[in-house]
Design a protein around this ligand. Structure first.
Ligand code: NAG
Ligand code: NAG
Length: 364
């Protein structure tokens, strides 16, 4: 009885252990663009006499997607056109799968290839499967080193090292390449961070610095040149640059002004000679001519001739009463605004007075 129970608890070992996948389960990390080798080697037992079927499935890291068949071996044929994202990028590495190697390579890795890959081997009655987790990481690249702040003695500023892309976690390492090749002691504690903060800088900090940034799949580096200078030097340089710019601007202004003035004077001279020849004595100098002309021009614009004035008042007369009629047609006792309007408009108080009168009228 005891023996039979043992058989129940541990069912026939011959069948279940017939086909074994010998490659261990593990995780693979590769850089984007590289090739991932996903091993799946197996041994079959003497009882496994059925046809060999091999199937690779992918459970993408993106949970929205279900398991996908990516490559299949069945009836001595390979089928690999199942999953569009991997089209042309997944191959069996062995030319003879029956020899016990169902490993695949995934080429030109993309971030979308991240997920769990499952190798299923079937040779009835034996079956076996194995999972491999694939991670695709981006190497650090496009790293930029720069100084943030002004590199003056006594100043605080930062040295920064910034990769454009790269999968986390990233490690940083700063080195000094010139001027004693040793990081100033105050910076040693920060030599593995992305940003180094320099406080109360001295010329001792000057030199070439190199930053190396790395993650598990690659590394990148950049350099910067630091020149710590006395503040006066820098201030002098900046002031010089500002003054130079201002002088240049002033010069340009003067040139533009002169050209403009000259052209205007030439124009006036022509017109003035033409206008004034008969009734004004010839001008003594250029400037006096221009001035007298401007004066006369101004007065002719400013004063209104009677004809102008009449036109002006007429427009006012036409506008205001019409508005008035619209507003107070219901009051028959009101003397027509028409009568009052011309007088008022001549007094130059049209816009104020007429509405006031109409108001009074409507009240009466
Ligand atoms: C599979 O990829 C590995 C590198 O990961 C390479 O050494 C090997 O030659 C590739 N095999 C085939 C058949 O492409
Ligand atoms: C900056 O450094 C100088 C000498 O290197 C020292 O005399 C000064 O006190 C320091 N200033 C500050 C604010 O630490």
């Amino acid at each position: 009885r005891g023996f039979r129970c043992l058989v129940c608890v541990f069912p026939s070992p011959d069948v279940t252990r017939s086909l074994i996948i010998t490659s261990p389960d593990h995780m693979i990390e590769k850089a984007k663009g590289e090739t991932a080798y996903l091993p799946c080697k197996f041994t079959e037992g003497p009882e496994d006499q059925g046809p060999l079927d091999i199937e690779w499935l992918l459970s993408p890291a993106d949970n929205q997607k279900v398991d996908q068949v990516i490559i299949l071996y069945s009836g001595d044929k390979i089928y690999d056109d199942y999953y569009p994202d991997l089209k042309g990028r997944v191959h069996f590495t062995s030319s003879d799968l029956k020899s016990g190697d169902a490993s695949i390579n995934v080429t030109n890795l993309q971030l979308s290839d991240i997920g769990t890959y499952q190798c299923k081997v079937k040779k009835a009655p034996g079956v076996g499967n194995k999972k491999i987790q694939l991670k695709v990481l981006v190497k650090p690249s496009g790293t930029r080193c720069y100084v943030d702040g002004s590199e003056e003695i006594g100043n605080d500023f930062k040295l920064k090292c910034e990769p454009k892309e790269g999968s986390l976690p990233l490690q940083y390492e700063w080195q000094k390449l010139s001027n004693s090749q040793k990081l100033p002691t105050a910076l040693v504690s920060e030599m593995t961070s992305s940003v180094i903060t320099v406080k109360n800088a001295t010329t001792e900090y000057s030199g070439t610095y190199k930053c190396t940034v790395s993650n598990r799949v690659g590394s990148d580096q950049c350099q910067l040149r630091l020149d710590v200078v006395p503040p006066s030097n820098r201030a002098g340089t900046i002031a010089g640059a500002i003054i130079g710019t201002l002088l240049a601007l002033m010069l340009i202004c003067v040139i533009i002004f002169c050209c403009h003035k000259k052209r205007r004077e030439e124009k006036y001279e022509k017109e003035v000679h033409h206008d004034i020849r008969e009734d004004v004595p010839p001008p003594k100098s250029r400037t006096s001519t221009a001035r007298s002309y401007i004066g006369s021009n101004h007065s002719s614009l400013g004063s209104m001739s009677p004809s102008n004035m009449e036109g002006y008042s007429k427009t006012q007369y036409n506008q205001v009463p019409s508005e008035d009629f619209e507003r107070a047609p219901q009051s028959p006792t009101l003397p027509p605004a028409k009568v009052a309007a011309p007088n008022l408009s001549r007094m130059g108080a049209v816009p104020v007075m007429i509405p006031a009168q109409s108001k009074d009228g409507s009240i009466v």
